[in-house]
Design a protein around this ligand. Structure first.
Ligand code: NAD
Length: 272
């Protein structure tokens, strides 16, 4: 093991001696090794589908009538990796921290549901989930199954081949987007310009104010306000462990991929 990593893990081991309440703050990088590309890294979604057009609902919904084929291509690119993804060694290691007699809250920016699939019991989804749909003008929501998402993906792939009409698009996308007497329903996913779900933000802030260790993994922290949540941990002296290929401001930085580092980090925890 490289000495840089060995020293970092030794420092983490000391932190874990005192830590009882851990917050894991995750971003797209934690799911990269499950085959879901980050949006910003080279080859990510934003390369082919620029965020000014595809990261806000008004612009996306305009495409239903102006260019449904382009929108269907975007949905295929978004859904294809997520519907077939499985939790990776990093998600599983995070879930395993709960077995170390630590209270663990996972605060994630991801919309892929993989922390829950891995067995983490307290997961706060700051940016919502692709597996939940709800009305724009009410709090009514309902789950969308993985099978339903797979059917939407297949319909979208077919639609791209047939180059269908806006009406055909609406039919194909109806498990995720449509209109009833109660109004328009959409995936409960936070895009640029949207407010974060109030309850999720409050719960995440509370967990960070109370934690005695924060682990940050797979996020560039450029998306705000989520990116500034670490200030709540530092404000009361909770040490921060950072994991990823790029250094971040933290007390112990472990360079490497989430799948490479997180299982080692769990091994570095004192035995129960
Ligand atoms: P980001 O794209 O801004 O940053 C990803 C970070 O992960 C980068 O710092 C990168 O260096 C790092 N990274 C890449 N591969 C890694 C690996 N194997 N192990 C560890 N780190 C790795 O992502 P973000 O900060 O999460 O913000 C982007 C937004 O896009 C978020 O709001 C998120 O909801 C959304 N998003 C979600 C998913 C998902 O649900 N899986 C995927 C892409 C983007």
């Amino acid at each position: 093991m490289a000495s840089e990593l060995k020293d970092g893990l030794a420092r983490c081991s000391e932190i874990f001696q005192r830590a009882r309440r851990i917050v894991v703050f995750s971003g797209a990088g934690v799911s990269a090794e499950s085959g879901i590309p980050t949006f910003r890294d080279p080859g990510g979604l934003w390369t082919a589908f620029p965020p000014d057009q595809f990261a806000n609902w008004a612009s996306i919904l305009r495409l239903v009538s102006t260019d449904p084929v382009l929108l269907a291509n975007f949905l295929v690119a978004l859904l294809r990796p997520i519907v077939s993804a499985r939790p990776n060694a990093a998600h599983l290691a995070i879930a395993a921290i709960e077995g170390k007699e630590k209270a663990v809250t996972v605060v994630t920016q991801n919309i892929d549901g993989l922390h829950q699939s891995a067995g983490s019991t307290t997961v706060i989804e700051l940016h919502g989930s692709l597996f939940e749909v709800g009305y724009v003008r009410s709090h009514e929501t309902w789950p969308v199954s993985s099978d339903a998402l797979k059917r939407v993906l297949q319909s979208m792939e077919q639609f791209c081949r047939d180059r269908g009409s806006a009406a055909a698009f609406m039919e194909a996308v109806s498990p995720l987007y449509g209109k009833t007497q109660k109004g328009i329903y959409l995936p409960r996913v936070v895009l640029f310009g949207d407010f974060l779900p109030e309850r999720a933000w409050e719960d995440a802030s509370y967990a960070l104010k109370k934690c005695d260790c924060m682990i940050i993994v797979g996020t560039s922290q450029v998306v705000q306000p989520a990116g500034s949540l670490s200030e709540l941990a530092t404000s009361h002296g909770a040490p921060i462990i950072g994991i990823g290929p790029e250094p971040i401001q933290c007390d112990a930085w472990l360079r490497g991929s989430a799948c490479e580092i997180l299982p080692r980090l769990v091994e570095a925890m004192p035995p129960v």
